[in-house]
Design a protein around this ligand. Sequence first.
Ligand code: NOJ
Length: 512
Amino acid sequence: MAKWLDNAIFYEIYPQSFKDTNDDGIGDFKGIIEKLDYIKELGCNSIWMNPCFESPFGDAGYDVSDYYKAAPRYGTNEDLKQLFDEIHKRDMHILLDLVPGHTSVEHRWFKESIKAEKNEFSDRYVWTDNIWEEPSGMGCLRGISDRNGCVGVNFFSHQPALNYGFYKPNRPWQQSADEPGPRATLEELKNIMRFWLNMGCDGFRVDMAGSLVKHDEEGKGTIKLWQEIRLFLDTEFPQAAMVSEWGEPDKSLLGGFHMDFLLHFGPSHYNDLFRCENPYFSGKGNGDIGKFVKKYKENYEKTTRKGLICIPSGNHDMERLAKYLHGDELKIAFAFLLTMPGAPFIYYGDEIGMRYVENLTSVEGGYDRTGSRSPMQWDNTKNAGFSKACKEKLYIPLDDGADRPTAEDQMQDENSLFHEIKRLIAVRQAHPVLQSNGEIDFIYAESNTYPLAYLRSSRDEKILILLNPSCSDADFKCTYSLSDKLYSFGGEVTACDGIITVPAGSFGFYKV
Ligand code: NOJ
């Protein structure tokens, strides 16, 4: 089992926007290699890179046209292999982004599958057997070829759904997961995974992992499918890590994933904390954490207290954290993110408080996500050090504010967000109980009130985490002694007569 996940701290790289070394305005593998030491300096030891495979980029690469080939704009397969090697040299790991649910309409399989004559790929996608019948519960493409049928789509209209079967087929064209078409799709998925794992990647973040078997309301068919993948990995690649974009850890962990993301959609209440009118971590002081904690606890119990639920600082699909939180609020939010169970994920640029760039025209299917995908701000040279290309050629326009944060400035300032995160990571890495598998108990986490208190514990150690993002001092009844302070920020926490007071805008970690 992927032991390295126990203390993994991930850095998400959106390759388009990270670092361009061939001056075409788009990031590349060589650029990522150049910046590995920066990521390591921050303290992250693992990387998740968004899809980097050949694609027409109608959805930023989530529309793959060849799963076995790196997109030329980032480099060759050899360059990608070199990236893996450079990562491993630094004792780091990398997850590639696997998109099993759909391809691009440009994929060779799809071009074969739209043909009227039956061929090897006729059943690779979800097709009805008649142009007038749409597959229910999903969008579809129809009238695009001589084939008499409609093909289901998984996300955008140019992303036809791969066929893994229906949970309970009830139309003649619906296949069960055991039929040859769905089986062939699954075997091909294993081949794709084999190919990259053999080349040296350390596992996958899996896109829309819960979407594979259709009409599978409780996820049972999809869970079974992933259990088969787990068996295959256990046999051939036992160290490979699997992280799902599913948002329902009770299902994904049962399917054999090591970790699941809490997401900005679905039932998690993640946005109550970071992205809503008055999120919990803003200083407004009336945010709500109650529903989040209730759901988190439910999942935590269902996952047999494994705690392998990843809470990201953000990602390429949601608005930047710095749109809602500022200054010390960001530091307190990171104190939370870096002391929770499961591996933390830091979205590139969030460590310096990069802003959401407003009012951009959509790029590569980004729409309102485009503002979170702008080029990394490295320094104060041309194009913030991202690229030497002319400004007009940049993949997405930069934040053009004169006060935009840069990595260089923040690295020189001990009080910056970068340094706060670096210190928090160092504390986490010095205390296994704060890492992925340490248990969590919420001590004080009430709706519409502060502070937040939770205990991380193992047989060897117990650490009490106290956080108060609000702009008023906040207290609660608690009998723990606070004599052994591990780390704090802002004012000093005090304890008197069984009442602990956490000053406004502060946090503290105590060994108890
Ligand atoms: C989730 C990915 O994170 C998102 O960027 C993409 O557009 C959809 N899945 C479709 O693959």
